[in-house]
Design a protein around this ligand. Structure first.
Ligand SMILES: *Cc1c(COP(=O)(O)O)cnc(C)c1O
Length: 417
């Protein structure tokens, strides 16, 4: 493929206008939207308005007059449109880790009992998910069993209380079949809990279609909600009376009657805990709206088609490099990122630092316990162009062939990789 062909794909791309929604740094190719989404142009003026007008002038009145108190539901309803959920089924609140604690606790409360005390998850799941599950397994007298690949579905027997999976793997970019695994969990009498951190805004998700039980996800990755943006939580309507453990006043049926005893709110408000972070939710709303802006252009289905085309282009253009493709090539098994493993004689961390110095921003994920070290490239179809994927592949090739990464300045490790 020639560079002109990539440019032709961009010229024919009906989603191309969506890129104008973002304040992208000049001269850089940003392939890390799977870790921190790009700043939407609307976010800075909106946050300034919330701060100077709603806070500065409205002060306490803004809880009602500016609708601050409804932000978790309002932003949740917008996220619901991206994940096959109905209005009222999603709230935006807290972090992914905290929301996972709430829903895994709720799932275990509902389904863990004598003879059914196993939580099944994936060994290569994101560590915070495993750490939260370890804590709850201890509390509920359960065991956490970590498996990979086909062994996950095969393990779903009558002793399993909860299947807890991340839909798209943060390292490999491999995507599970949510509908099939949810159905398999249900056949075994287990509940299915999905982490959508690398799915929401990246791939179409149909929680109600799959009949999943609980889901959580992240606001600062493909939702472009800003660093540390609030996360979200979804619960299937059949679990409307499920109870979560963080029984704060915002989850109370009547927070402003200041009752002594806790009484859970009807509906998803019971999955809230404390006061909503208004400024952060306002920024998150701007991020979610960058995705909803794609609805008239074909929505998540159109974004998915472009995402697959971008990752396919990058895979093809990096195939000859001395790196190993870890991401599945089958489109149905691939999320919106490409991960390339480094052989022992190539320092992946230094390669990524050298690539960043040349204006291509991806990231490096160290492999624990014998897993390979990975170069990760996230492709956000809202703002990534085909020519970006092409140029990034060729700058990566040049970085490897020139061995520029061996310069000492690229090997110094910062706190966040
Ligand atoms: C990004 C990510 C998280 C992040 O959790 P925080 O509570 O926001 O730090 C959790 N799980 C997965 C699978 C992720 O990809």
């Amino acid at each position: 493929m020639a560079r002109t062909q990539a440019l032709a794909l961009d010229a024919a791309d009906t989603l191309a206008p969506l890129r104008a929604q973002f304040a992208l740094p000049e001269g850089e190719i940003y392939l890390d939207g799977n870790s921190l989404g790009v700043l939407p142009r609307a976010a800075a003026p909106r946050v300034a308005e919330v701060v100077s007008q709603e806070w500065g002038h409205g002060l306490i009145r803004s809880w009602n007059q500016a609708g601050w108190i409804d932000l978790p539901q309002r932003v949740g309803d917008q996220i619901a449109r991206l994940i096959g959920a109905a209005p009222g089924e999603v709230v935006a609140a807290d972090s992914t880790s905290i929301n996972l604690y709430k829903v895994l606790h709720a799932a275990l409360t509902a389904n863990a009992r004598d003879g059914r005390r196993v939580i099944v998850s994936e060994r290569s799941n994101f560590p915070t998910d495993l750490y939260i599950a370890q804590s709850l397994a201890a509390q509920f007298g359960c065991t956490l069993e970590l498996l990979e690949g086909e062994a996950i579905a095969q393990r779903l027997g009558s002793d399993v209380a909860v299947l807890m999976l991340t839909h798209v793997n943060y390292r490999s970019g491999a995507m599970h079949d949510m509908a099939a695994l949810t159905a398999a969990a249900h056949r075994a009498g287990a509940l299915a809990l999905w982490d959508l951190c690398h799915s929401v805004g990246a791939v179409p998700v149909d929680l109600n279609g799959a009949g999943a039980d609980f889901a959580i996800g992240c606001g600062y990755k493909y939702l472009n909600g800003g660093p540390g943006a609030p996360a979200f939580v979804w619960v299937h309507a059949r679990h409307a009376t499920a109870q979560q453990p963080l029984t704060g006043w915002m989850g109370h049926a009547h927070p402003f009657t200041f009752e002594t005893g806790y009484q859970p709110a009807a509906g998803m408000a019971r999955f809230l805990c404390g006061t909503p972070p208004v400024v952060a939710l306002a920024a998150l709303e701007c991020g979610v709206q960058t995705l909803l802006a794609a609805e008239p252009l074909g929505g998540m289905a159109a974004l998915r088609a472009k995402s697959l085309a971008l990752t396919q282009l990058f895979i093809e253009q990096t195939r000859a490099l001395p790196l190993t493709l870890v991401t599945p090539e089958a489109p149905a098994q691939r999320g919106s990122q490409v991960a390339l493993a480094c052989p022992a004689d190539i320092d992946g961390y230094a390669v990524m630092q050298a690539l960043i110095a040349r204006g291509v921003i991806g990231d490096f994920r160290a492999g624990a316990g014998g897993e390979p070290h990975l170069l990760r490239f996230g492709f956000t179809p809202l703002y990534t162009r085909f020519v970006d994927a092409f140029d990034a592949a060729h700058l990566l090739a040049d970085t490897l062939h020139s061995r520029v990464w061996q310069e000492p300045r690229f090997t110094h490790k910062a706190a966040v990789t």
